[in-house]
Design a protein around this ligand. Structure first.
Ligand SMILES: CC(C)(COP(=O)(O)OP(=O)(O)OC[C@H]1O[C@@H](n2cnc3c(N)ncnc32)[C@H](O)[C@@H]1OP(=O)(O)O)[C@@H](O)C(=O)NCCC(=O)NCCS
Length: 161
């Protein structure tokens, strides 16, 4: 399968809506319809994507994976500040359409996100997820991330570039 990884088209309402809908799908997959599906409104999720694309609000980026039929995955990254005041690159979320999983799309999204972080001089990369999210933990471990600890109900994965 040929796939292209590229930044989202920042002025495309359609692509922003697609990413927002998959942010909801991620919450539903991880937390269930009852909890995950009701956490945020559609408009809030769209604004959350736009937030990452607005340099006045955030130093962030949104990458999408595109296959012949259209969008098949995304990741959102941003510069964040840790409790001790140090900055790091955060993978805020990932999604790959179920029918395209285990074909390396998320791996390519990790590579694109890490490239974005390196370009900005960031040397520590992190993500956090539900401790039961074995696929994501396996993916990040493969890229050299190690479990750093817990953050609320999440497990934190960290890598030094
Ligand atoms: C996690 C997710 C993004 C992985 O996407 P993907 O495109 O299937 O991942 P890749 O094909 O790049 O996988 C690379 C490696 O990660 C590991 N991995 C990925 N999915 C896995 C799974 N279900 N079980 C075990 N290992 C897995 C494997 O080591 C895999 O290599 P392999 O296929 O050669 O064994 C995808 O499962 C997903 O969208 N999940 C739902 C959303 C989500 O949990 N997002 C994160 C929220 S914080």
């Amino acid at each position: 399968m040929e796939a292209l990884i590229r930044p989202i088209a920042p002025d495309s309402d359609e692509e922003i809506a697609w990413v927002a809908s998959r942010m909801r799908a991620t919450l539903v997959e991880l937390l269930g319809e009852q909890r995950g599906g009701r956490m945020y409104t559609t408009e809030w999720l769209r604004e959350r994507v736009r937030f990452h694309l607005d340099p006045a609000q955030c130093e962030g980026g949104v990458f999408v994976a595109v296959v012949a039929e259209g969008l098949a995955g995304h990741t959102i990254v941003r510069r964040e500040t840790w409790e001790d005041g140090s900055t790091f690159g955060l993978f805020s979320t990932f999604w790959v359409e179920p029918r395209h999983r285990r074909s390396g799309l998320a791996s390519r999204l990790v590579a694109a996100g890490e490239g974005w972080m390196r370009e900005r001089g960031l040397t520590v990369f992190r993500t956090w997820t539900d401790p039961g999210n074995a696929p994501l933990i396996a993916l990040m471990t493969r890229f050299g991330y190690a479990i750093e600890g817990e953050r609320g109900e999440f497990v934190v994965l960290r890598k030094e570039a």
